[in-house]
Design a binder for this molecule. Structure first.
Ligand SMILES: N[C@@H]1[C@@H](O)[C@H](O)[C@@H](COP(=O)(O)O)O[C@@H]1O
Length: 285
């Protein structure tokens, strides 16, 4: 697991957006071979979306050949409700980039056959060739998508009852009225996320600090489903300083030192490539 720390949520967003942009560019997606991106909602990924939008506007990346799958959606909330994840995604991201709406997938929490909806979602991910990069946020209780504490780490897309803590946390989007927060959601499972070829998680704010420390410093545990990331070969967490409040100083220093060494290695490599190119030019090769 890689862990990167930035001072502010805006810097986290910039780092993650540049990271995703680089992945999409290197993949070089075409209409025949599209890049498959998993996406979250919530306040944490908004700075990432903002920066991605600015990269698209500057012409630095395009979402024309990108397929997306969102992590979750409330059950029973009308699709055009201001707090539905459909509305959120189009308001915060999709309407501002060049993605083909046909390539957007979001679970339908109003399908009369919710189980069928979940099975079809897993099938659609498979048919798209699997997810290349799953971007995620986390809940205060350490959940990933809506995989609340106690979710099976082998879970797949399904109906989930929300934990009281999550209803409480998300009531801020419903005018603070607990009664208005849906009690159920459709969510990709922990195993659905782990199947992605790469996972990137954005974490910001002190209210996520305890969950982050449990996920990074303790063992894999179904009570903090984010900790399942420890089982993935290619995962990255990017957090702001506030979110590191509960981590050991030693942990923070350790991961900062890794980033420092990595930067040094990359600089040395770039220098070497430049010198080789130069000497190739001088010798005519
Ligand atoms: N299902 C979503 C999660 O996918 C998201 O990570 C979490 C955190 O939201 P925020 O970033 O607003 O704290 O909210 C909801 O519970």
């Amino acid at each position: 697991m890689r862990f990167i720390i930035r001072d502010t949520p805006a810097q986290v967003g910039e780092y993650v957006a540049n990271y995703i942009a680089k992945r999409i560019r290197n993949f070089n997606p075409t209409p025949e071979k599209k890049f498959v991106l998993g996406l979250p909602t919530g306040s944490s990924p908004i700075p990432t979306y903002k920066h991605l939008i600015s990269l698209v506007k500057k012409g630095e990346i395009s979402f024309k050949n990108v397929i997306t799958f969102n992590m979750d959606e409330y059950v029973g909330l009308p699709e055009d409700h201001p707090e539905s994840y459909h509305t959120f995604m189009f308001r915060e991201f999709f309407s501002h980039v060049d993605i083909d709406p046909q390539n957007v997938h979001i679970l339908n929490g109003n399908n009369p056959d919710l189980i069928g909806e979940c099975t079809a979602y897993e099938e659609a991910i498979k048919a798209a060739g699997g997810i290349d990069l799953f971007l995620a946020g986390i809940g205060e209780d350490g959940h990933i998508a809506f995989n609340e504490p106690g979710s099976s780490l082998a879970s797949r897309t399904r109906i989930k009852t929300l934990a009281y803590d999550t209803i409480l946390a998300n009531s801020r989007f419903f005018g603070g009225d607990l009664e208005k927060v849906p009690r159920m959601a459709l969510t990709v499972g922990v195993a659905t996320v782990l199947d992605a070829r790469e996972i990137v998680v954005v974490v910001s704010g002190q209210r996520k600090a305890l969950a982050l420390s449990k996920a990074i410093e303790e063992g894999v545990n179904h009570l903090t489903t984010l900790s399942a990331l420890q089982l993935h070969q290619h995962s990255l967490i990017v957090a702001d300083e506030d979110a590191t409040a509960e981590l050991h100083v030693k942990t923070v220093k350790y991961f900062k030192s890794i980033e420092m060494v990595q930067d040094q290695v990359e600089r040395d490599h770039a220098e070497l490539v430049k010198r080789r190119e130069l000497s190739g030019k001088q010798t005519g090769f």
